[in-house]
Design a protein around this ligand. Structure first.
Ligand code: BV8
Length: 234
């Protein structure tokens, strides 16, 4: 087994499921409770900002009543103890990776605890509702929106992600359905370089066929087990 020196990890809603955060596509999941077009597109925000700000205010508030789980903590341990390069990319807008101890987390779809001002385009750490149209801490305009990437918008730090994928020895996907691009296309990017690929997911995803190895089960047990293996080998 070739020595693993550079790892890129992609996580999705499945890693936070055992913490009590709804995933998107599961039965009763977020996309069953709300139409994607209404709550997660710039057009939906323009049409009905109260609906969208309320949707994200509720998800931001709910963060106070959930805790990171063993999968989040195991990835934080990997960051601390792995001697090689590690890039943790998440599609999640929750803060459970950071509360689990991870220091370097790339939120490619944004964060609930960040506000983006539509007037000055500056970002501010934000942990309060937006439905009452609070002022931007920087320009005072009442034009804050959730700092999340909606459908049709460009995800964050794509150059940095593609650069790391092109250098990776191993790409690991955890708790994602592989249904949303460009994230769902990362495994094929890596396949082209001949690097190794591993999926850790509750069940088969749209991307499973592209992974050299797939382990199916809850992230709370699969991820600590896999991290033990990597650190034992390093
Ligand atoms: C863009 C933030 C231009 C907001 C989100 C190519 C082909 C077709 C379509 C497209 C394409 N390229 C672009 C598109 C359009 C679109 C897209 O992909 N549409 C889909 C529906 C077909 N993409 C976009 O619009 C993107 N922007 O393309 O800009 C561009 C083009 C090229 C390069 C650059 C830019 C922007 C997409 C981002 C939208 N914002 N979230 C918010 O959170 O409200 S997407 C959101 O859904 C998540 O962030 C995530 O990305 C996505 C999927 O969710 P998952 O995290 O995977 O969750 P899901 O519920 O689906 O699955 C959970 C999985 O976990 C399941 O497999 C389950 O089995 C597993 N699981 C459950 N419990 C556990 C578990 N696993 C382990 N343990 C458990 N306990």
């Amino acid at each position: 087994m070739a020595e693993i020196k550079r790892i890129v990890i992609l996580t999705g809603a499945g890693i936070s499921a055992e913490s009590g955060i709804d995933t998107f596509r599961s039965a009763g999941g977020l996309w069953e409770q709300h139409r994607v077009e209404d709550v997660a597109t710039p057009e939906g925000f323009a049409r009905n900002p109260d609906l969208v700000l309320g949707f994200y205010d509720a998800r931001r508030e709910a963060l106070a009543s959930v805790e990171p789980n063993d999968a989040h903590r195991a990835l934080a341990r990997l960051e601390r103890e792995f001697a090689g390069d590690l890039l943790l990319v998440t599609q999640n807008v929750d803060d459970l990776h950071e509360r689990g101890g991870s220091r370097r987390v790339l939120h490619m779809h944004g964060e609930l605890k960040s506000a983006l001002c539509a007037a000055c385009e500056m970002r501010s750490a934000w942990d309060a509702p937006m439905s009452d149209r609070p002022q931007c801490p920087i320009c005072q305009a009442p034009s804050l929106r959730p700092d999340v990437v909606w459908f049709g918008e460009m995800p964050y730090q794509m150059e940095r992600i593609y650069a790391a994928l092109s250098q990776a020895d191993l790409f690991v996907s955890i708790g994602t359905s592989g249904a949303v691009y460009p994230a769902a296309g990362f495994v094929q990017e890596v396949q082209r370089t001949g690097a190794d690929t591993l999926e850790l997911n509750l069940d088969a995803s749209d991307g499973t066929p592209f992974f050299r190895e797939a382990r199916h089960g809850p992230a709370g047990s699969l991820v600590p087990q896999w991290v033990d293996e990597v650190l034992a080998r390093a």
